[in-house]
Design a protein around this ligand. Structure first.
Ligand code: ATP
Length: 259
């Protein structure tokens, strides 16, 4: 049966920007699957197609060709109702720059996806309490984003991405705007969400510190996936991190900073 056991299937995805004599092939035939409960990382240098890939999956942009299936269903064949449901509650999105609304409090930002799609107040409250406690943001829920640190903003954004119980969280460089300590706290939390609730996460990043929390990493360059690294059973994060650095050094001709 098509799609059995796979949460997300990306099949031969191509995305061209521009026209005729000035085409950028941002994605040039990308295919991979994500199993339920995976924490998948996508690494690649600037301009390799990471955000384009995530945005095709999120239906923010339309691929030139290829398909994305969620639970065996082709998302580009969704009618407007299914598409609204997919965007609003089947996927959660975590952005590098948080994308919180400045004129809403932390609590209002977190509840926003539910208020748009209609919510059961008691259930929403219980979910908000759980997520706030998990992300240690209970005492800043009444603050506005301008009154929060970068790390707090991103943990509020992470809670917002999970409030609808999405099938998958799409994270685009979620540690990109954070200092080392805040980045580590956030990644520990995302790992916790993945391990404890089995939440599936797809994260793009060029930071090996961040991707060393992933169970599997795909490497992309010039719109093509060309390598895969898996964290071994019981492998320490430090060891996995070293293997990522080694691979980056090999791939980048000796520099670990190229990705
Ligand atoms: N709207 C657009 N119009 C034209 N070209 C674009 C557009 N968006 C992205 N590109 C090009 O597509 C390629 C892939 O871009 P993309 O943003 O997906 O890369 P990325 O890996 O996310 O990069 P970064 O790590 O710098 O964010 C790049 O060459 C980029 O210049």
């Amino acid at each position: 049966m098509v799609g059995q056991g796979k949460l997300l299937e990306v099949q031969d995805l191509q995305k061209n920007y521009g026209k005729q004599d000035n085409v950028t092939k941002a994605l040039n035939g990308v295919s991979f699957d994500i199993l339920p409960g995976e924490f998948l990382g996508i690494m690649g240098p600037s301009g390799s197609g990471k955000t384009t890939l995530l945005n095709c999956i999120a239906t923010i942009i339309k691929p030139t060709s290829g398909r994305v299936l969620l639970n065996g269903k082709n998302i580009s064949a969704f009618d407007s109702k299914d598409l609204a449901e997919y965007r609003g509650s089947r996927i959660g999105y975590l952005f590098q720059d948080f994308a919180l609304l400045d004129n809403l409090t932390g609590e209002e930002n977190i509840l926003l996806p539910l208020s748009i799609h209609g919510m059961d107040f008691a259930k929403a409250r219980a979910k908000l309490d759980d997520l706030s406690s998990f992300f240690e943001i209970t005492d800043i829920l009444n603050k506005f984003p301008s009154q929060m640190s970068g790390g707090q903003k991103q943990r509020v954004a992470a809670a917002r991405s999970l409030i609808t119980d999405p099938d998958i969280v799409l994270a685009d460089e979620p540690t990109g705007a954070l200092d080392t300590r805040s980045a580590r706290i956030l990644m520990n939390k995302l790992e916790g969400i993945n391990h404890e609730s089995g939440r599936t996460i797809l994260m793009v990043s060029h930071d090996p510190n961040a991707t060393s929390f992933c169970s599997r990493i795909l490497f992309i360059q010039d719109g093509v996936i060309f390598h895969e690294l898996r964290r071994k059973h019981d492998e320490s994060r430090a060891n996995y991190y070293d293997r990522i650095l080694q691979l980056m050094a090999q791939l980048g001709g000796g520099s670990a900073n190229v990705l």
